[in-house]
Write a protein that binds this ligand. Structure first.
Ligand code: B4P
Length: 189
């Protein structure tokens, strides 16, 4: 069972690279950002709650996120493994994930940290905002998201190092070059 956490600041390439890994290894994919955006699009109560946080560049509360993750995970049958894209984003989420997987006799195989300089993150996300119209991809909200990343999400780097699951990847370069480095890391597990 291959359980991969793909990690990084907003705009680091998590969603982009996850799709490639899913295609290559036949894994299930959980993108918490995509789950929330689908709820918003469908106008559900959860979507309305999530929109308030996302538009402010804030994280959705842990209890809510953990419940969502558990229900998506329960929906996977005969899985070869899962790529966790955008989860965990806090220490509480990481601890919940560890427990959830342990209850299923599993664990995280590796955490892949896509490391990209801040100016590049900003320009990628502004470009995406123009192309896709995503409401949280504007300069003011991106700055808030980066601040939230540094205060609440980056501490997970130390957490995963302690778990001996951490793998650093230089996230600058073409999408193909980065994908090749990720494949090398996974194949060496
Ligand atoms: P996400 O959808 O996870 O948003 P993201 O971090 O901005 O996207 P990602 O990192 O996947 O984008 P990518 O680099 O692939 O979350 C959105 C919001 O949902 C969060 O802010 C939060 O409010 C909420 N949320 C989600 N999960 C949560 C959780 N667990 N707990 C609490 N709240 C949660 O793509 C960026 C752009 O870069 C793309 O346009 C892409 O084409 C481009 N790009 C990618 N790789 C490139 C490369 N190598 N070179 C040039 N451009 C590249």
């Amino acid at each position: 069972m291959l359980n991969i956490v793909i990690f990084g600041a907003p705009g680091s390439g998590k969603g982009t690279q996850s799709q490639r890994i899913v295609d290559k290894y036949g894994l299930n994919h959980i993108s918490t950002g995509d789950v929330l955006r689908a709820e918003i699009k469908n106008g559900t109560e959860l979507g309305q709650t999530a929109k308030g946080y996302i538009d402010q560049g804030q994280l959705i509360p842990d209890e809510l996120m953990i419940d969502i993750l558990a229900s998506v995970l329960d929906g996977f049958r005969d899985s070869k493994g899962v790529i966790f894209d955008g989860f965990p984003r806090t220490i509480a989420q990481a601890e919940a994930l560890k427990k959830m997987l342990a209850e299923r006799g599993q664990e995280v195989s590796v955490m892949i940290d896509l490391d990209v300089p801040e100016e590049e993150l900003m320009s990628r996300l502004i470009r995406r905002g123009i192309d896709s119209g995503r409401a949280d991809d504007n300069e003011e909200t991106i700055r808030k998201r980066l601040a939230v990343y540094h205060s609440q999400t980056a501490p997970l780097i130390g957490w995963f190092k302690e778990e001996n699951k951490y793998h650093h990847i230089e996230g600058m370069g073409s999408m193909e070059e980065i994908a090749a480095k990720i494949v090398e890391a996974i194949d060496s597990l």
